[in-house]
Design a protein around this ligand. Structure first.
Ligand SMILES: Cc1ncc(COP(=O)(O)O)c(C=O)c1O
Length: 433
C-alpha cells in the first residue's frame, strides 16, 4: 500500500540546488549541432589511455599489488601515493618538503579535489558562518557553501586576482557588524581561476597570508587554496602557491587534483592541511566513504613513479597552449571590431573570460543566449553564475553580480571547432550590438 504523505527533507536538503550546469547540458542535448564553448570537460583526444593501460597492466601483473589495489584502502588514502605526492608538491614548489613543513600525515587523498573542498566546508562551517570568495569564482564551490547554509561574501578582483585592499575592507566591515568571529575561510583559486583565467600575483600570495593571520582574532581564518589548474601553465613555470608563503602551514589549506593534468575519470585529488584539520577531515570522510577508490590511487601511484605522468603533463601543455592561442586569435579576428568587447589572455587553465558592453546581458534568459543557442548554435557559460549573493547582507551593501560576461572554454573543441564557435558567437553578439 502506498502512502502519499509529504517527504520531510532535512534543512540541508533545501539549501542544495540543481547546478546551473545541468541546464547547459540539457540545452546541449535538446539542441544537437550546438558547438559548446561551455562544457568544462578536458580535451578528449589527449586523455592518457596508453599511460593508464601500461600502469594498470604493470599493477595487475604484480599479484601482491593487484590484490592490494582491489581491496579496501584507508580513509586518508594509500601511503605509497601520499609519499609520492609529497615529492610531487616539493617539485612543484621547488622546495624540500621539510622547508614547506609538510609530511605524509598532512596529505589526504580524496575523490577529486571537489570532495576535499566539500569536506573542508563541512568541518569548518556551521550555518551562518562566512566564507570570503573572489568575484567571480568557481560556481560549484559556491553551491557547496550554499548547501552548508554558509554566508558567501564577495571580494573585488582586478587583473592580479583578488584585491587585498578589498579583502581588508570587507573584513573591516564584517568586524564592525559584529560578524568577524563567523569568518572561517577565504577561498582562492590562485592559478588561472575558473572562470576568469586570472592568477593571484606573487605579492598578493604573501600578503593574503599576512591578512589571514592579522584578522584571525578570536578564531583562525583559513585560506582555502584551490590549485585545480596549477600544472596547466603555458607561458612559464609553475607558480609558488600561497601555501609556500606560510611555512608554518597554520593558515593555509591547499587542494590539488589530477583531473585536469591527467584524467578526471580517475577522480583523484588531494589536500594538504594542518594535522588537526586532517584529523577532522578523516573523521568526516570516514563517515562518508572510509576511503576513495583504491584502484584509482594505485594507478596514479604507478603513473607517478614510472614518470608517465610528467611526460603526459608536458604533452598536455603543448596541446592546450595551441588551443588557447587559437581561441585568442579567433577572438582578435571576430570580436576586436565590436565596441566595448574585451577579454582576458590567460597564461594557463582552460578558460577565456570575455566582457561585453553592459547593455548586453548574457544570462540564460537573455536575448544573447537565445540567439547564440538557437540561431547560431553555439553555447557559452553566462558569467553571472560565478557571482555569489550573500543572504546576510542587504543587496545594496554587496557587490552586484555582473551580467555582461561569458566564460568560454578551449578545453573540449579542436582548433577548427574553437574558430567556428568563436565566429558563430561573434555573429550573435553583433546581432545584439
Ligand atoms: C576551480 C576548480 N576547483 C576544483 C574543481 C574540481 O575538480 P575535481 O573534483 O575533478 O578535482 C574544478 C573542476 O572543474 C575547478 O574548476
Amino acid at each position: 500500500m502506498s502512502t502519499h504523505s509529504d517527504i520531510s527533507f532535512s534543512k540541508k536538503r533545501t539549501w542544495s540546488h540543481d547546478l546551473p550546469i545541468s541546464f547547459l547540458m540539457q540545452q546541449g542535448v535538446e539542441n544537437p549541432g550546438v558547438l559548446s564553448l561551455a562544457a568544462g570537460l578536458v580535451d578528449q583526444g589527449s586523455l592518457p589511455v596508453e599511460s593508464t593501460r601500461q600502469a594498470l597492466e604493470s599493477l595487475l601483473a604484480n599479484p601482491k599489488m593487484g590484490l592490494e589495489a582491489l581491496q579496501y584502502g584507508t580513509t586518508a588514502g594509500s601511503v605509497a601515493l601520499r609519499t609520492l605526492l609529497l615529492s610531487h608538491i616539493s617539485n612543484l614548489e621547488q622546495k624540500p618538503a621539510d622547508e614547506l613543513g609538510i609530511t605524509v600525515d598532512n596529505i589526504i587523498a580524496t575523490t577529486g579535489s571537489q570532495q576535499y573542498l566539500s569536506l573542508v566546508g563541512e568541518i569548518l562551517l556551521d550555518p551562518g558562518d562566512i566564507c570570503l570568495v573572489a568575484a567571480p569564482t568557481y560556481f560549484v564551490f559556491l553551491g557547496v557553501l550554499q548547501g552548508l547554509g554558509a554566508r558567501i561574501v564577495s571580494v573585488e578582483t582586478d587583473e592580479f586576482g583578488m584585491r587585498m585592499d578589498s579583502l581588508e575592507s570587507t573584513l573591516d566591515m564584517l568586524e564592525s557588524q559584529g560578524d568577524l568571529a563567523k569568518v572561517k575561510m577565504i577561498y582562492v583559486v590562485s592559478d588561472y581561476e575558473n572562470p576568469s583565467g586570472l592568477s593571484l600575483s606573487i605579492d598578493r600570495r604573501q600578503q593574503i597570508v599576512e591578512i589571514a593571520r592579522k584578522w584571525s582574532k578570536s578564531q583562525r581564518i583559513f585560506i582555502l587554496e584551490d590549485l585545480a589548474y596549477r600544472e596547466l601553465c603555458y607561458d612559464g613555470p609553475v607558480t609558488p602557491s600561497i601555501r609556500s608563503f606560510d611555512p608554518s602551514g597554520d593558515n593555509v589549506i591547499l587542494t590539488q587534483t589530477f583531473s585536469k593534468s591527467f584524467s578526471p575519470g580517475l577522480r583523484v585529488g588531494f589536500g594538504v592541511a594542518p594535522l588537526e584539520v586532517c584529523a577532522a577531515i578523516r573523521d568526516k570522510k570516514g563517515n562518508d566513504d572510509f576511503g576513495s577508490t583504491n584502484l584509482s590511487q594505485h594507478i596514479l601511484t604507478r603513473v607517478l613513479s614510472d614518470h608517465l605522468y610528467y611526460e603526459h603533463v608536458a604533452t598536455l601543455r603543448n596541446v592546450y597552449r595551441e588551443k588557447r592561442d587559437c581561441m585568442l586569435e579567433a577572438a582578435d579576428e571576430y570580436f576586436s571590431d565590436i565596441p566595448g568587447v574585451h577579454w582576458v589572455h590567460p597564461n594557463g587553465g582552460l578558460y577565456v573570460w570575455m566582457t561585453l558592453p553592459e547593455s548586453i546581458e548574457t544570462g540564460f534568459q537573455s536575448p544573447l543566449f537565445e540567439r547564440a543557442v538557437h540561431a547560431e548554435k553555439v553555447m557559452y557559460v553566462p558569467g553571472e553564475l560565478f557571482y555569489a549573493v550573500d543572504q546576510g547582507l542587504p543587496l545594496e551593501e554587496q557587490l552586484a553580480p555582473q551580467k555582461n560576461h561569458m566564460r568560454l572554454t578551449f578545453g573540449v573543441q579542436n582548433p577548427e571547432g574553437i574558430r567556428e564557435g568563436m565566429q558563430r558567437l561573434s555573429n550573435a553578439v553583433k546581432f545584439l550590438s
